[in-house]
Structure formats: C-alpha cells, structure tokens
Design a protein around this ligand. Structure first.
Ligand code: MRU
Length: 367
C-alpha cells in the first residue's frame, strides 16, 4: 500500500541487512514515524505496547524478533528464550504462536551456525506469505462485493462496514478486511466504508481511516454504537471484519465489539463476513467463547484518551472520574451462527467445521 504515493510494507529489513523497520502505529494518524528494532526485547516491546498490532503483523514481527535474538546467540536455550519472550507479548492472536512455532521448528532442525541466515530467510517468507494470502482474500472478497453490487441499482454506492483495523497496517500488506475494498476501489467500483472508531484504542478512527484516506477510498468514521442504526436503515450492504483467532468450528474472536455488530447484522439480514487468513485458524479448539484467551489490557486505555490539540500538540486527557474502576477486555467472540461466511485465501466458506475442512482438506483427521 502507498504512503504519500510511495509503496510500503508495514515491516521490512533495513538497508543494514539485519535491523527491522516498523511503523510506530501509536503515533498515527497524526505522525508517520518509523523505527528500527535491533533486539528481541525491542521487538517484544513493539508487540506488547502495540507499536505493531493486528494478528498477521504481530506474527511477522515475532518472526523477525527471533532473528534479532539469534544475532546474539543461536543456541537452543537462546532460541527457546526468544520464543518464550515473544509468545507472551499478546495472548489472543494465534498468528503470534503460529509464526513462532514455524520459526522454532525450522531452526531447531539446523546446526546453530546455519540458523541466523535461515531465520532471516524464514521470517521474510512468513512476511511474503502474508502478502499473498491477503491479496487472495481480497480477490475472493471482491466477488462478494460484486454480488452485493448486483443486488443494487446500477451505479449505486456499495456500503461496507468494518470494525477495528484489519487493514494494511494490521498485516504486512493489503490487510484482510480491507483487501476486497482496495481491489473494488481499484476496479473503479463505487464503494464507501463505514469505519467503527473502535474504542478504547480507536484503531478504526486512527488507523483504518488513515489508510483509506491515503488511498482515496471514500469512508466515514462512526462511533461504535452507530452500526445497528445504519443497518436498520439499509445503509450497510455488507460487513467485513478481521479475526485474531477462529476456531475449527468457525467461532470468530476479534476486536471487542465485533460480536455486537454481528448481532445487529443478523437482525437486519446484512451479510457478515470474516476475512480469515489460514494462520488465524486455531485447529486445536472448537468453542471460541470458552477456549480463546481474551486479552485484558491496562485501564488507562479506557480512562484516558490521546489526541491532537488545535495548535498541533499531542495531549492525553482523563475522561473518567477519579476512582471509577474500568475493565478493558480487548476481544470478544462471535459465534459461528452469526457469521455469513469466512473469506480465506482459498475461497469463501460457511463458518463451520465442514466449511473450513472443505477448503483445508489436509486438516481432516486420519488423512
Ligand atoms: O488489538 P489489535 O489492534 O491488535 O486488534 C486487531 C484486530 O482485532 C484485527 O481485527 C485482527 O487482528 C485482524 S487483523 C487482519
């Protein structure tokens, strides 16, 4: 995706050939700041403090974090320590563990002297794979947008609602939920996105709006409680959201508030699609509500809010009374029955075990 007209990814190897470049997403939308990660500790901090965030991107960042650790020590104990440091940074997105498992399994099979080069190669493959997956999700999602357009009068705008940021910034490139939108926009379709602000961290208002703006995709930021009203008035044609972890039965864990949008969509017959890269599927669990660990973050994310003042200063203010307790659940689970379809890199399917296994037959037991 482009920033100021220049194509960029969200994570890259710097020209020194070893340090890792990222965009500090905590500074967006008011400043575009890039940073160099040089140690595994910096990579872990970037993930836990959400300088990088979004399930696929934290997977790629963790993979590069392993590379940074191996620069210091490529032995087995150091590799295990890097794994343990990184896997603890955020609990919900399964991509983090998926990427770390892939790195460790690949590297453990090699002699320590061969590991560093192999780690950088593998991390680059994980990043490239994400780009390819998201592009394919975009193509399958585009077919759904075209189907929605065919149900409307010619020339009418197609309205998509999205929650959080499952965009370019949440992945290495393209995004998952935004990939179909970008492709529809490129194809010259009239598309408009309702962007949920996504309290408490405002990933919609700060990040999704920023990327759509950069690309000239028409959009409108709404507060989180608006979606149901819009759906009741026929102002949403379809919803596209991302996921941090989807179970083998098709339950979808995503940013807090996704469930309420799915309920409203169901009540108003609005198709609700989840854009699902295969590394976000947790084949080991079935029941999302009981089995997905839900991250709880610090109360300041609720009690305080950061923004730009009219004279350009970035300020943080408190919005709750002193002494009021707050609770910050970062994700929720949308049961499969509320999901119209899962859009994967291999196509769209029902949110069910059979739907997923139809696309990923290699996951059938006893094959
Ligand atoms: O807490 P965040 O910002 O990492 O949460 C991000 C989301 O919930 C995204 O929807 C999800 O990771 C999918 S990103 C393609």
């Amino acid at each position: 995706m482009k920033v100021g007209g220049i194509p960029r990814r969200t994570i890259w190897l710097e020209s020194d050939g070893w340090s890792v470049g990222i965009i500090d997403q905590t500074k967006l939308p008011h400043a575009f700041v890039t940073l160099r990660l040089t140690t595994v500790e910096e990579a872990a901090h970037a993930i836990s403090a959400m300088l990088v965030r979004g399930a696929p991107l934290i997977g790629a960042a963790a993979a590069y974090g392993v590379c940074l650790a191996l620069r210091v020590d490529a032995g087995d104990p150091a590799l295990d320590r890097a794994y343990d440091t990184l896997v603890k940074t955020r609990p919900t997105a399964i991509n983090l563990r998926w990427a770390l498992d892939a790195m460790r399994a690949h590297l453990k099979a090699l002699a320590p002297t061969a590991r560093l080069a192999a780690a950088y190669k593998k991390a680059a493959e994980i990043a490239d794979e994400d780009v390819g997956i998201n592009r394919s999700i975009g193509e399958h999602g585009l077919a759904l947008i075209r189907a929605a357009a065919s149900r409307k009068k010619p020339g009418e705008t197609i309205n998509v609602l999205t929650h959080c940021n499952a965009g370019w910034l949440a992945t290495v490139d393209w995004g998952t939920a935004t990939a179909p939108v970008y492709l529809a926009h490129e194809a010259g379709m009239k598309i408009h996105v309702w962007v949920d602000e996504t309290r408490p961290r405002n990933q919609g208002a700060s990040l999704t709006a920023w990327e759509l703006n950069n690309h000239g995709v028409p959009h409108t930021v709404i507060v989180d409680n608006t979606g149901g009203h819009l759906m009741q008035h026929g102002m949403v044609d379809l919803c596209f959201v991302g996921t941090d972890r989807t179970t083998a039965e098709g339950d979808v864990c995503n940013k807090i508030g996704t469930y309420l949008k799915a309920l409203a969509a169901k009540d108003n017959n609005v198709p609700f699609y989840v854009c699902l890269p295969s590394p976000s599927i947790d084949w080991t669990i079935n029941d999302g509500i009981r089995q997905v660990p839900i991250e709880q973050r610090g109360g300041d994310e609720i009690a305080r809010i950061t923004g730009r003042t009219d004279d350009g200063r970035i300020e943080t203010v408190t919005i709750t009374p002193e002494g009021s307790p707050v609770a910050n659940y970062a994700f929720d689970v949308t049961p499969a029955r509320l999901v119209t379809g899962l859009v994967t890199e291999r196509g769209a399917c029902a949110a069910s075990r059979e739907g997923l296994l139809g696309l990923f037959p290699e996951r059938r037991p006893n094959r």
